[in-house]
Design a binder for this molecule. Structure first.
Ligand code: SR1
Ligand code: MG
Length: 421
């Protein structure tokens, strides 16, 4: 049967027939339904009781195609099952940072969940220069808990392998493999370039061998390193914030992949916000530098907070569970050294993935608002060139950038160098 999006009345009636949801929302006749989906894949509705606005939910439904493109790009609706399973799993691990699931329907491919009415999408907040004092701590906690508890550092090997095979989300992984790791480095028809972006910058993505090798390495890691259950698309549009709370939404790309992919997505998007601040800060009439420094501070706090908590979880659980990655005779110094080695490798992966994620947002088909909303073509291109230069350095130098402070220094240098050219 041909997919038809719900009308407001149909959705209200549907929700009225689900006892738990009806108990939350009240009489279907009192419901306001507004479609608000601005993402690339799905339909999203805010449903609110007009007589009691505190009673509201979000409904997300997967159509059998990619919404951004339409019916010419079919996509299986079963992706919603991956999203629901991931929301439940991450919600169990991190209830303070994941919206509650009230109802899921595997025949209508929809989920009804907590409406974060007093929160906004982080990307929008960053474009406005807003400060979120708790976001870095919250996100590092979310990352440490979700990435650690899905991995072989915590799960028994058989449970982990079964969980990984149940979470094979190949269709959405294929989107990432193509749009993040492949097409941006080719002359692909889906790529979109802003008009003033120098040809040499585009050409370099296709011809600079160290960059091509690094990107291919990251694609290999994405496809083969099933380390833990990932969110899979953790950009700043998948994070909702206010001054006190942080929620991670939209894990439809969830699968077992390399830990650095989620952390790298966060870092990439903070760096995109950093470079594009040069425009948004100036049109706000504010000096962009102070806010740029705040963004870099968040990046540093997220990595450092994440890695400290991750290692703590590892240490605590290892002594309790006796799960070991280095022989029993290697207690003490070798174990500490192995953890440090593991985290260095994870940082290198994270930076490589961050580089790919930045490049795809500059030359690939799915862009980010902080770049596309720069109306001055030359100003936009200048920012894009900085993003590409930073991304290349992250990819090519990922193994020698020894800590996250060096990444902050790199971003400042690229900003300064090109600003004075
Ligand atoms: C064609 S879908 C484009 C992008 O939207 C999602 O948010 C993912 O980032 C995907 O790559
Ligand atoms: Mg999404």
């Amino acid at each position: 049967m041909e997919f038809e999006a719900f009308t407001a009345q149909e959705l209200a009636a549907y929700l009225g027939d689900v006892p738990d949801v009806r108990a939350l929302l009240g009489d279907p006749d009192d419901l306001d339904v507004v479609e608000v989906g601005d993402g690339n894949l799905n339909y999203v509705y805010f449903v609110t009781n007009a007589k009691a606005p505190g009673r509201s939910v979000v409904v997300k439904q997967a159509p059998p195609f990619l919404r951004l493109v339409g019916k010419t790009w079919p996509l299986s609706c079963q992706r919603m099952e991956h999203e629901v399973a991931a929301l439940r799993r991450f919600g169990a691990l991190c209830p303070r940072h994941v919206p509650k699931v009230y109802h899921a329907d595997s025949k209508r491919f929809l989920v009804v969940m907590q409406h974060l009415a007093s929160h906004r999408i982080l990307r929008q907040g960053l474009m406005d220069g807003a400060i979120y004092p708790r976001f870095a701590d919250h996100l590092s906690t979310y990352l440490a808990h979700t990435l650690f508890y899905g991995s072989d550092l915590f799960l028994a090997a058989d449970i982990k392998k079964h969980a990984a095979s149940a979470a094979v989300n190949w269709e959405l992984c294929k989107i990432t493999e193509d749009l993040v790791f492949t097409f941006p480095f080719e002359d692909h028809p889906s790529n979109v370039y802003s008009p003033a972006l120098p040809k040499a910058a585009i050409e370099r993505l296709r011809t600079h061998e160290p960059l091509r090798i690094a990107a291919a390495d990251m694609k290999w890691a994405f496809m083969n390193h099933a380390e833990t259950l990932l969110h899979g698309d953790l950009h700043t549009g998948s994070i909702m914030v206010n001054e006190d709370e942080t929620f991670v939404i939209d894990p439809e790309f969830a699968f077992y992949g390399p830990m650095g992919f989620d952390v790298g997505a966060v870092i990439a998007n903070l760096l995109l916000a950093f470079f594009s601040r040069d425009w948004h800060g100036r049109i706000d009439g504010r000096d962009p530098v102070a806010y740029q420094e705040w963004l870099l501070e968040q990046m540093v706090r997220i990595w450092n907070g994440f890695s400290a908590q991750f290692v703590d979880l590892w240490r605590d659980n290892e002594s309790r569970s006796k799960r070991r990655f280095i022989g029993a005779d290697a207690e003490g110094r070798a174990l500490t050294a192995y953890r440090a080695h593991f985290m260095r490798r994870l940082l290198a992966d994270t930076l490589g993935f961050a580089g790919c994620k930045m490049i795809r947002r500059i030359v690939g088909m799915a862009k980010v608002a902080e770049i596309t909303r720069i109306p001055d073509a030359q100003a936009r291109a200048n920012i894009e060139v900085r993003c590409l230069r930073c991304a290349e350095a992250l990819l090519v130098e990922r193994a020698t950038l020894g800590d996250i402070e060096q990444v902050a220094t790199l971003a400042r240098e690229i900003q300064r160098d090109i600003a004075t050219m």
